[in-house]
Design a protein around this ligand. Structure first.
Ligand code: HEC
Length: 382
């Protein structure tokens, strides 16, 4: 069996160039030799070269570029282009985003473009029919680079509602963008459902100063009644909740629970699964978990804010951390993979990653329905 120690592992490849190395497939580590698909082999090989300085080795650079070209249009190309900072291939990512804006790798492609050359996306975002999935990917990336574009799209009254909504969501995912939304709402440029959506987004923003800007905006039930804040606990616990209605409510986009929680096969894997939550928490504890998430943060679900050297901030759950890489799981389930040398600092957050205020617009009956439904989620009885 061939032995590959950590220190000697890269040298033969570097000397041969990666394509030369790949031609020697029988001599490569078993994991590589077994993969059938040549792209898998190429990708696996290139992953092991991560961290090498390509500028010192033109033939290696050519081999890595060659692999990026072979992976062109595939999600795996995003990782290769990012990890080796292949700016000459940034255009491939634009192409990838044009065809696969809904792919899980899309936000990562966007983050790379934000660093490499944000203007490359302009052609895709420049018209009032900009694709909403791309704007959603920008929202998931949390990048502020396209705030001008998003704001312009949001301001076009004639643009399709789905475009304006997605542009709004993209702005709400970064602090300067959220402030722009508050300003537009204050000036009266947002109306009707769009204003409600803006108000809701601002109220549940993760920046306290932004949440304050939301007061008095929108026509949500709470704002109408002039009683912002959650429905009072005792009233909710006294009300008779309807399990079926609760099940519907929780699945509404505007309530948003499934954007972060799984219930059986449904929803995103971010916060703890709620599949059997009724066996763990009674109605009062459920009320507290929803209305005051930061009062009792689940172990292992603390939020972290990670700042990188180039001034980006990421918020999420710490999914893994090694000497090379720190992986944050972000709301929606997206993974942000940050190179350790790029990380400036990381701080544990006192605030839960579950936004407060989610129940504010449900009303007493709505929240009672949601609690009844959650309390009914238990392990199947044999
Ligand atoms: C942005 C993501 C996000 C959204 C949206 C969200 N949650 Fe959470 N939730 C979390 C996270 C993260 C935790 C774990 C941290 C904590 O306990 O505060 C959590 C914890 C909980 C818990 C406690 C679970 C336990 O095992 O102790 C309950 C119950 C809960 N959420 C219900 C809801 C409901 C109901 C909604 C919709 C109204 C909702 N969540 C929306 C992220 C979210």
């Amino acid at each position: 069996m061939t032995r590959h120690t950590r220190t000697s592992r890269f040298r033969p490849w570097a000397a041969l160039g990666l394509s030369g190395f790949l031609a020697l497939a029988p001599g490569c580590p078993p994991a590589l030799a077994r993969a059938d698909d040549t792209s898998d082999v190429a990708l696996e090989a290139v992953r092991r070269l991560k961290g090498m300085d390509l500028s010192a080795n033109p033939s290696l650079r050519a081999a890595v570029e060659n692999i990026a070209d072979r992976l062109r249009g595939q999600p795996a190309s995003v990782e290769v282009i990012r990890d080796f900072d292949l700016r000459s291939r940034a255009g491939h990512l634009v192409e990838f985003l044009r065809h696969h804006p809904e792919d899980a790798a899309a936000p990562e492609a966007i983050r790379y473009l934000a660093r490499a050359d944000a203007r490359l996306l302009d052609p895709l975002l420049g018209s009032p029919t900009a694709p909403p999935p791309l704007l959603k990917a920008i929202a998931r990336s949390g990048q502020p680079e396209w705030n001008d574009r998003s704001e312009a799209l949001l301001a076009v009254a004639a643009a399709p509602a789905s475009v304006r909504e997605s542009a709004l969501d993209a702005l709400l995912q970064n602090e300067p963008g959220a402030r722009r939304v508050a300003e537009m709402a204050r000036k009266g440029s947002l109306q009707g459902p769009l204003l409600d959506r803006a108000a809701e987004g601002l109220r549940s923003a993760r920046w306290p100063a932004v949440r304050e800007l939301a007061s008095g905006l929108g026509r949500g039930p709470a704002a109408q009644a002039g009683t912002p804040g959650a429905p009072p606990k005792q009233k909710v616990l006294d009300a008779h909740g309807d399990v079926a209605r609760g099940a519907q409510l929780i699945r509404r986009d505007t309530v948003g629970c499934l954007a972060c929680h799984k219930i059986r096969g449904e929803g995103a894997d971010f916060g703890p699964a709620l599949t059997e939550i009724g066996a763990k928490l009674g109605k009062e504890a459920l009320y507290d978990a929803i209305v005051e998430p930061s009062a009792g943060i689940g172990f292992g679900y603390e939020g972290w804010l990670v700042a990188t050297r180039d001034g980006e901030e990421f918020v999420g759950l710490l999914s893994s951390e090694t000497d090379q890489e720190l992986v944050l799981k972000q709301a929606g389930g997206n993974l942000a993979r940050l190179r350790k040398p790029d990380v400036l600092r990381k701080d544990k957050q006192a605030q839960s990653l579950m936004p407060a205020g989610l129940a504010d617009n449900l009303g007493v009956q709505g929240l009672a329905d949601v609690l009844a439904y959650l309390a009914s989620l238990r392990p199947p009885t044999p």
